[in-house]
Design a protein around this ligand. Structure first.
Ligand SMILES: Cc1ncc(COP(=O)(O)O)c(C=O)c1O
Length: 487
């Protein structure tokens, strides 16, 4: 028995922690983990009505069960970097296994970085930041400064560090509804105020100047100073890709209201039909606007190696670029980055491989092209197939996604189901998601975890499962039974 009460308990820890919610890894994910363990036990595996859990709850492509194969080029370069004696002492052997461009890339990265076990510059390795700047310049047609680029441990680390620098307690931060819960969680932790602006489901999950302005006016009425606006494009959980017009409306609002724009662009490579709706960055939109706007609006944009075609979630790599942020604040950004020493070097290398893949004509190019095209095709095919099936289910409607990795179908929830959920002390879509998991092993997150228009119910489903055709069949069977039960 301890001789005294623990110094740490729920009354003594930082109260802001208790306000943090993160639906993607909540009760549902824990239950799914439990089912996975049960199914792994030969004695118990027949105790469940399904033989495997389908993890459609998290955009983690290489996760067991989803099994996206890592890009060969990435893993080859990384393996050499991790073990330089392979090319320093055993070059003849390595040349028989790895293409020449892989060996050259590993050698030059090794020259630039040194040991991957050493701290780097707090912003990340300069040579890598220079290649990130070049990537941004080629993407947007506007200059980028390597000194304004910070490599990070995934986009999450960039988001939380920049928000924590930008926001004072009580400041307002506009967030889209629905949104990725990193934002509400970070704002809760910082004691800042989320100012929701609703994306219009009827209008492909877009928004307009009027909606945004209304949200700002509402905040002003409550004396909340609106400091920042977060936008996710392509959207999570919506899968929508914004039009140029909608993006300009966001930038204009930020200009008029003196708001910092935080653009989460981690899904920029995940675009299903670039000829219809290509990815355009907020940097490009901003820099294409009249000079007074282009040189004024403060923009921080985020990218990641977790998504796109690499799907290297566990490696923790990403970057943010600061545009029009004052020198004095940039000094503070640098100081705060120094406090955590440096981003993981393996993640920095990932960023380098993302922004500078093999070029046409190089030995690794064809394989890289084949592998990345297959990943794009699979995602697109599954997403379209799922949307088609959802739209055939009674009481379900689903906007087809234009990108990212998700669908966000709307469920016309029967009143009896809403009443039953209330009895169980849950939101109706949470009850639906838990019942779906119990009956089928499919793990999908309830829309309430992302925010949704009051009175509407959604589910977020990833488009990453290899056995999509089979799983939508199981899903549909459950759905029909659920609707019948509560009709
Ligand atoms: C919109 C959005 N932003 C940021 C992240 C976090 O990405 P990272 O793994 O780079 O931290 C995610 C992860 O799913 C996301 O969906």
């Amino acid at each position: 028995m301890p001789s005294r009460a623990p110094a740490l308990n729920l009354k003594t820890i930082n109260p802001a922690v208790l306000d943090v919610h993160y639906a993607v890894r909540g009760e549902l994910a824990l239950k799914a983990d439990k089912y996975t363990q049960i199914l792994a036990d030969p004695k118990e595996k027949n105790s469940l009505p399904f033989d495997h859990v389908v993890t459609a709850n998290i955009g983690n492509p290489q996760q067991r069960g989803l099994n996206q194969v890592p890009l060969t080029y990435w893993r080859q370069v990384i393996s050499l970097l991790e073990n330089p004696p392979l090319f320093e002492e055993h070059l003849d052997v390595i040349k028989q296994i790895y293409p020449e461009d892989v060996i050259e890339r590993a050698k030059s990265l090794h020259q630039e970085i040194g040991s991957v076990g050493a701290y780097t510059h707090s912003k990340g390795v300069l040579a890598i930041r220079k290649r990130v700047a070049k990537f941004i310049e080629e993407r947007d047609g506007f200059p980028a400064d390597p000194e304004s680029i910070y490599l990070t441990a995934g986009a999450s680390a960039g988001v939380s560090s920049t928000l924590s620098i930008a926001l004072q307690e009580g400041d307002g931060c506009m967030i889209p509804i629905p949104q990725y819960p990193l934002y509400t969680a970070t704002l809760a932790y910082l004691n800042a105020k989320p100012i929701p602006y609703y994306l219009s489901e009827a209008n492909d999950w877009s928004m307009d100047h009027e909606t945004l302005l209304k949200a700002v006016e509402e905040a002003k009425k409550k004396n909340i100073p609106v400091k920042a606006l977060v936008i996710i494009n392509p959207g999570n959980p919506t899968g929508a890709c914004l039009s140029h017009e909608a993006m300009e409306a966001v930038v204009r609002l930020c200009y008029e209201e003196g708001i910092v724009l935080m653009a989460d662009e981690v899904y920029q490579t995940n675009i299903y039909d670039p000829s219809h709706r290509p990815f355009v960055s907020f940097k490009k939109v901003l820099k294409g606007m009249p000079k007074e706007i282009a040189d004024t609006v403060e923009l921080i944009s985020f990218h990641s190696i977790s998504k796109g075609v690499s799907g290297e979630c566990g490696r923790r790599g990403g970057y943010f670029e600061c545009v029009n942020i004052s020198d004095e604040v940039m000094e503070q950004v640098y100081k705060m980055a120094s406090v955590t020493l440096c981003p993981p070097v393996s993640g920095q290398v990932g960023v380098d491989l993302m922004v500078s893949p093999p070029k046409q004509g190089e030995p690794s190019y064809e394989k890289w092209k084949q592998e990345t095209s297959l990943i794009h095709e699979n995602l697109k095919e599954r997403s379209y197939l799922m949307a088609e099936h959802f739209n055939k289910m009674p009481g379900v409607s689903c906007n087809p996604a234009e990108g990212a990795m998700y669908l966000f179908p709307k469920i016309q929830m029967p009143q009896k189901a809403i009443d039953e959920a209330k009895k169980r002390g849950k939101e109706a879509d949470v009850m639906y998601a838990l019942d779906l998991l119990d009956a089928t092993g499919i793990c999908a997150v309830a829309g309430s975890g992302f925010g949704q228009e009051p009175g509407t119910y959604h589910l977020r489903v990833t488009a990453l499962c290899p056995e999509t055709a089979e799983f939508v069949g199981r899903f549909e069977k459950f759905h029909r039974e659920f609707m019948e039960k509560y009709k």
